[in-house]
Structure formats: structure tokens, C-alpha cells
Design a protein around this ligand. Structure first.
Ligand code: CP
Length: 312
């Protein structure tokens, strides 16, 4: 039995095959419409979500399966003090696969150790968000044809942004990737990611404080929200929240085939005036999340062989 807790739980080969499966599902969804008949997905969300939870649910329903779960810790027995370990033991008897979002880093990993069913990390605190990464990789592939050789600017809260941390971990496995890290001084990529992930990969990177200075170089601009929920005081959040705002004027410094991505939700960091530009792909990116999660559910349930390697 396999889980997906960290983006590196899947080898590069497995990740690539999973993305190919997602592309097949996009082309011929009817072929996959009943593969999960009789199966149940549990969505265990201790922290708010729109895209991740609903795209998991949509994915399972589009595969013919059913869904149960809770959308906040307050609606579950976590409010009475039940541990993640006990909850997943129960859920293992109620569902065939579980997606868990938790405000505490490491909670889905703990769940996977007690589970009798595959567990998927749907975002744990400021740590990792591997299914967003699969969504992002699929979007880059669909836009550029390949991921190798991409120059990507990651912009916003790079310190607490779990989508950024997971994406960097995955992108270093591709060839010729260049990173431009665009953040306020207070919200840089954590030192451990630079030292343990980016630098050993040998990929080039630069940390900059303005979007404008790197915009003409980028193939992908990956915008992120400054996350109020990760700050210890409101004053710091208010000071930093509007550090970067993408406007049509700034976008016009970019290449004609630039793709602007964002895991969403956005607050102020992308002006709605940018939405009509064909380089804005964030809503398409959110839709891709359904296909990639369909592929993931099929693989973890062993319903499409040949994607995940034997014995891992
Ligand atoms: N991208 C993402 O994780 O969005 P939600 O918080 O709405 O799930």
C-alpha cells in the first residue's frame, strides 16, 4: 500500500506516468467513469479548503465512486479531543482511501502510519501540499509541452507557502530548471530548502525583491498569497500582505507565452484585470486539479497498473 505525504514519495518516473494518466483522462474521461464504482473516498479536512476538498470529491464522483468526510475540525470528534491516529483507524473501516488536510505539519504522516487505507496529504500547515504540486506540474506540462528547462519565478510568501515548498522539491528533479525567488525580506524561501533541496540540485537560483526585475526572463510566474493564518501577529500580516500585486502593466513586461499560475485562493496579489489575459492560467490550473486527483486515486487504489512501481 502506498501513500502520498511528500512530493518525493513518488519517484520522478512515477510522477511522470501519473501526469500522463491525467492527460489521458482529460482526452477520454468516459473510459474512466466507472473504475471506482463501489469505492469510497474520505475527505478529512481540519482546515478550510475550497479547491482541494471539492476537486477530490469531484474526482472520486467522476470515477463513479462516493465520498464522505468533514470540512472542518469543529464538525468532527477532533473538537472533543480525538487524535488523528484514532480518527484514521475508524476511517479505515468506512472508506477505501482518505485525503487529509491539517493545520499541523506532519499530521497526515502520522495518519498514514496508523491507516489501513492509502492516505493523501491534502496540505499540512506550512509544510507540504503534494497534490497541488501534481496539479502545478500538469499545468506546466500542458502549457509548455515539458517541464525540463523551465525558468520559474515564485512570488509572494515563500516562507510559509506549502505549495511553493512542494513545487520546489519536485522541480529540482527536472533538468535545466532556473528559479527566481521573489519575496519580501521577511518571507524568503526557508534556509533548509535552499541548503538541502535547491543547492544540492545544482540548479541556478536568485532571490530578488521586485517582480519587475525578473519578469522578462520568466516562462512561469507562480504567484502566492500572503497567508494571514500563518502569521503570529496581525500587524506583520497587514504590513506584508500587499507586497506584490500583479497588474496588467507589470504583466506586459513578461514574455508573450508566459503562464501566470496561482494555487488560489487569491486576495489582492493578482488584479482581476489580469484575468482576461490569455497568460492567466490559474483557473485552468484549478480545473487540472480534478484530473490529476482522478489519476492519483486510481493509482493508489491499484486500479490502473503500471504507474506506481512494485515494491515501493
Ligand atoms: N490551492 C488550494 O489548496 O486551495 P484550497 O485551500 O481552496 O484547497
Amino acid at each position: 500500500m502506498r501513500h502520498l505525504i511528500d512530493p518525493l514519495d513518488f519517484t520522478l518516473g512515477e510522477t511522470e506516468r501519473l501526469l500522463e494518466l491525467a492527460q489521458k483522462i482529460i482526452r477520454e474521461p468516459e473510459k474512466y467513469a466507472h473504475l471506482c464504482d463501489g469505492r469510497i473516498l474520505a475527505t478529512l479536512f481540519y482546515e478550510p479548503s475550497t479547491r482541494t476538498r471539492l476537486s477530490f470529491e469531484s474526482a472520486m464522483m467522476r470515477l463513479g465512486g462516493k465520498v464522505l468526510g468533514f470540512a472542518s475540525a469543529d464538525n468532527s470528534s477532533a473538537a472533543k479531543g480525538e487524535s488523528v491516529a484514532d480518527t484514521i483507524r475508524m476511517i479505515s473501516g468506512y472508506a477505501d482511501i482518505a485525503a487529509m488536510r491539517h493545520f499541523k505539519e506532519g499530521a497526515p504522516l502520522v495518519a498514514s502510519r496508523y491507516a489501513k487505507i492509502p492516505v493523501i496529504n491534502a496540505g499540512d500547515g506550512g509544510h507540504q501540499h503534494p497534490t497541488q504540486t501534481l496539479t502545478d506540474l500538469l499545468t506546466i506540462r500542458l502549457k509548455r509541452g515539458e517541464i525540463n528547462g523551465v525558468t520559474i519565478g515564485l512570488c509572494g510568501d515563500l516562507k510559509f507557502g506549502r505549495t511553493v515548498h512542494s513545487l520546489i522539491k519536485s522541480l529540482v528533479r527536472y533538468k535545466g530548471v532556473k528559479f527566481l525567488f521573489i519575496s519580501p525580506e521577511e518571507l524568503p524561501v526557508p534556509g533548509y530548502i535552499l541548503k538541502e533541496v535547491v543547492e544540492p540540485s545544482g540548479h541556478s537560483y536568485r532571490e530578488v525583491r521586485t517582480m519587475e526585475e525578473v519578469m522578462p526572463q520568466l516562462d512561469i510566474l507562480y504567484m502566492t498569497r500572503v497567508q494571514r493564518e500563518r502569521f503570529f501577529n496581525e500587524e506583520d500580516y497587514v504590513r506584508l500582505k500587499d507586497s506584490f500585486i500583479l497588474t496588467p502593466e507589470k504583466l506586459n513586461l513578461g514574455k508573450k507565452d508566459l503562464a501566470v499560475m496561482h494555487p488560489l485562493p487569491r486576495v489582492n496579489e493578482i488584479s482581476p484585470l489580469v484575468d482576461a489575459d490569455e497568460r492567466a492560467v490559474y483557473f485552468e490550473q484549478a480545473r487540472n486539479g480534478v484530473y490529476v486527483r482522478m489519476a492519483l486515486i486510481l493509482c493508489l487504489l491499484g486500479l490502473v497498473p503500471g504507474i506506481l512501481e512494485e515494491g515501493e
